[in-house]
Design a protein. Structure first.
Length: 260
């Protein structure tokens, strides 16, 4: 979720995750007249498989928060947060397939654990995975390093196991609540801290036309766009993607992934 603030659905996720977390004790920026959104959101292959050997880490990446696209100045990154969800993730995947677009899915650990078939479907379609923590705590930057570590590393493990061994390539802090420690920790595990430039505000369900209008208005901010595939009825998001994706292509954008 883009902005901070309590949400009932996340409270349920957090409650469900408490037992799980207890078990285991980031930039190149898009430059534009408006500039990137600080502490928020940055074509190719899907996430890379985990290296052989239990507990082996991926190669470290930059600790700076990524906002840019690997497709250059006219690149755009579609990012999808808070799933996977058994109702909405398949519908989002279908729209992306129809328009030939690859996206980055920022997943909640217990959601991935509960729906490994969807995690594997995301990977099989050539999309990338992103660690979005265990319980989506938007106050993580106020918590201890031990707490941050559990939230990030437990989710990384859940997502990797659910995917069948494909590691998340990015880490997105809930509500943009990054800390120097969390960025360094994620990067040491091969996950580039990932922000966003354009908040579609689809989580608020303002109507499809409002979501589309927000994306069009905010595109000068940079290439990384935030959508959601969980946390409630996402029918407006699905409908908005059907309008936004062809519009972006008509404007001359190329779909890519956040820089690594």
């Amino acid at each position: 979720m883009a902005r901070r603030g309590g949400r009932g659905w996340y409270g349920q996720v957090a409650a469900a995750a408490i037992g799980v977390t207890a078990v285991a004790v980031a930039a190149s920026l898009w430059t534009s007249p408006s500039g990137p959104v600080d502490g928020s959101g940055g074509a190719g292959a899907s996430a890379h498989p985990a290296a052989p050997g239990a507990g082996r880490k991926a190669a470290a990446v930059s600790v700076e928060i990524a906002h840019a696209s690997d497709r250059g100045a006219r690149g755009v990154n579609i990012t999808i947060d808070d799933g996977p969800d058994p109702v909405w993730t398949p519908r989002v995947l279908q729209v992306l397939k129809e328009y030939g677009v690859k996206a980055t899915f920022c997943m909640i650990g217990p959601q991935a654990q509960a729906h490994p078939d969807l995690v594997r479907a995301v990977v099989a379609a050539g999309h990338r995975l992103c660690d979005h923590t265990v319980s989506h705590d938007v106050t993580m930057d106020k918590k201890s390093e031990a707490y941050q570590s559990r939230q990030i590393l437990d989710a990384e493990r859940m997502i990797t196991e659910a995917s069948g061994g494909v590691r998340p390539l990015y880490y997105r802090a809930p509500g943009g609540a990054f800390t120097p420690y969390s960025r360094k920790l994620a990067a040491s595990h091969g996950m580039r801290p990932l922000g966003w430039n354009v908040d579609s505000k689809d989580f608020e369900r303002p109507g499809t036309s409002a979501i589309v209008g927000t994306v069009k208005d905010e595109m000068p901010n940079g290439p990384t766009i935030l959508f959601h595939d969980a946390g409630g009825d996402r029918s407006e998001t699905v409908a908005a993607l059907r309008e936004v994706l062809p519009w972006l292509r008509e404007q001359g954008y190329a779909f890519g992934f956040p820089v690594r």
